[in-house]
Write a protein that binds this ligand. Structure first.
Ligand SMILES: [Zn+2]
Length: 493
């Protein structure tokens, strides 16, 4: 196991407020970060906002405010997701941060130029202002951008280009050899077939009169760096590239980069090609999740179905939000949000399932305080085996990014605990107190294990459970997981 673990989310475009679609990725990455910390790895978890571009320029103009004012306001809201989703990120990078981000952008530009991969040419192409990118015929459906249902405009301009076409072969090999592992595999196949069709060079800058809100091209004031070299570089600028090389080398390459399916192409083709050109190592894994729909429809302002995580948080708290996205949404496919389903999950799995079991066990055990001081020799071997198996399965599922299956495993342990109670009947007057204490000790061990295993997923519930048990005396410790108790105790997870 690596000592360090560097994980990133994509940076959100600070053109509006966060909605629940932005939540999934942050929660998934947070689970992986907390889990790595629990395993004793040194973790750096990065998120942030992408704050340049013509769309932001336009929105600010419409609102009659400066782009700076617009991104300051929106970025703050994205930053606030830390509280709403209970995220444990270590750094929030903003691409308008000229002190932390820009030096990395200048440096990678310089490196790519030295490698002969940046050149200037006149370009005539179809440009979608929604995507902020030039489109090729293959990107369009009936002559329109399928993402924006809009015909792109014909644009002619002088741009700097990045020689992406030179990297088709090497990228193909690196993805096939899993030097960059793309998860799930069918996403890797998707990008491989795209590469096989041949990659075209991409525009890396735009004339200043078209795009003024951005980072200037080093040595050419008439041009502004276009999204890729700016936004993608956040993953290395944030950890010191271009300003603190020692820190940078400590963390890079990223162990996992979590992204949405819509930006796979940029992260699995342009980004690694930039890194190879700049002679930097490649990220180890790219984990790709789907989109969140609301009642079967894509969230959009025009449909009026945008849901803010703040509202749900106010009513139900962050654990319920986290639970829904991790359990109810497939990690790889598109998922759907509905308030009905959300309330249903909240009530049945959290309040009734986990909440009742935990209250029941702690309630019974508090009537028999000696139960917590029982010896580990009193452990029921069947129950202990069950816990170990679940722990192992949770580990395996998390290694495969199957958050939903990992949670199902933990819930199977709760069901097992429920049937254990019903079978052993620790309330029965036929059972001597010393036997009752043993039964309750076993249940406390089980509940505590549930609490510990839940720590990366539902940090608040986890803390409540383990705290409930500890106030009755010393922690009940199950051998494979004592380290985790210390981590919870010290507030690390
Ligand atoms: Zn578009």
């Amino acid at each position: 196991m690596d000592k360090k673990f560097y994980i990133t989310t994509a940076i959100d475009y600070a053109n509006g407020s966060p909605h629940i679609g932005h939540s999934l990725e942050k929660i998934q990455a947070d689970v992986l970060a907390r889990y790595a910390r629990a395993k004793g790895q040194k973790v750096f978890f990065l998120t942030g906002t992408d704050e340049h571009g013509t769309k932001i320029q336009k929105t600010a103009f419409q609102k009659n405010i400066t782009p700076k004012k617009l991104v300051d306001t929106n970025s703050k809201e994205f930053k606030n997701l830390k509280k709403i989703l209970n995220l444990s990120w270590d750094k929030f990078i903003r691409t308008t941060d000229s002190k932390n981000h820009w030096p990395g952008v200048f440096k990678i530009w310089d490196q790519m130029e030295k490698s002969g991969d940046i050149y200037k040419r006149t370009y005539r192409g179809l440009y979608c202002s929604g995507c902020e990118s030039f489109k090729t015929g293959a990107d369009l459906v009936d002559g329109k951008c399928p993402l924006h249902d809009k015909e792109p405009e014909l644009v002619e301009e002088n741009n700097y280009f990045f020689r992406l076409s030179a990297y088709s072969k090497i990228l193909k090999k690196k993805i096939e050899d899993k030097e960059i592992e793309i998860i799930p595999q069918w996403r890797a196949n998707e990008i491989l077939s795209l590469i096989e069709n041949g990659l075209e060079d991409v525009s890396f800058s735009r004339p200043k009169e078209k795009l003024s809100w951005g980072i200037p091209v080093p040595g050419d004031d008439s041009q502004v760096i276009y999204v890729w070299a700016d936004a993608l570089t956040n993953y290395i600028s944030a950890i010191g590239y271009g300003r603190d090389e020692k820190e940078f080398e400590k963390w890079w390459p990223a162990d996992v980069q979590v992204i949405g399916k819509d930006i796979l192409r940029f992260h699995a083709a342009i980004w690694p090609a930039m890194l190879i050109s700049a002679k930097l190592p490649l990220p180890k894994k790219i984990f790709v999740h789907g989109f969140i729909n609301v009642q079967g429809q894509k969230m959009s302002k025009s449909v009026g179905n945008i849901i803010s995580p703040n509202e749900i948080f106010e009513k139900y708290g962050s654990d319920s939000l986290r639970y829904y996205f991790l359990k109810e949404i497939s990690p790889f496919e598109d998922g759907s949000y509905s308030e009905e389903k959300f309330i249903d999950r909240h009530n049945s799995d959290l309040a009734h399932g986990l909440g009742n079991f935990s209250a029941r066990v702690v309630g019974m055990a508090s009537k028999f305080p000696n139960s917590i001081r029982n010896d580990f020799k009193s452990i029921d071997l069947g129950l202990e085996q069950r816990i170990k198996t679940v722990q192992k399965n949770v580990d395996d599922y998390l290694d495969q990014f199957k958050f939903n299956d990992a949670l199902s495993e933990i819930w199977s342990l709760i069901s097992f605990g429920d049937s254990y109670v019903n079978e052993k009947k620790p309330w029965s007057s036929d059972i001597p107190d010393v036997e009752k204490e043993k039964i309750l000790f076993n249940l406390l061990v089980l509940l505590n294990s549930v609490g510990v295993m839940l720590a990366p997923f539902l940090p608040e519930s986890s803390k409540k459970i383990t705290k409930n048990i500890s106030i009755k005396g010393k922690y009940v410790q199950l051998k494979p997981i004592p380290k985790l108790f210390e981590l919870i105790d010290n507030g690390i997870i």
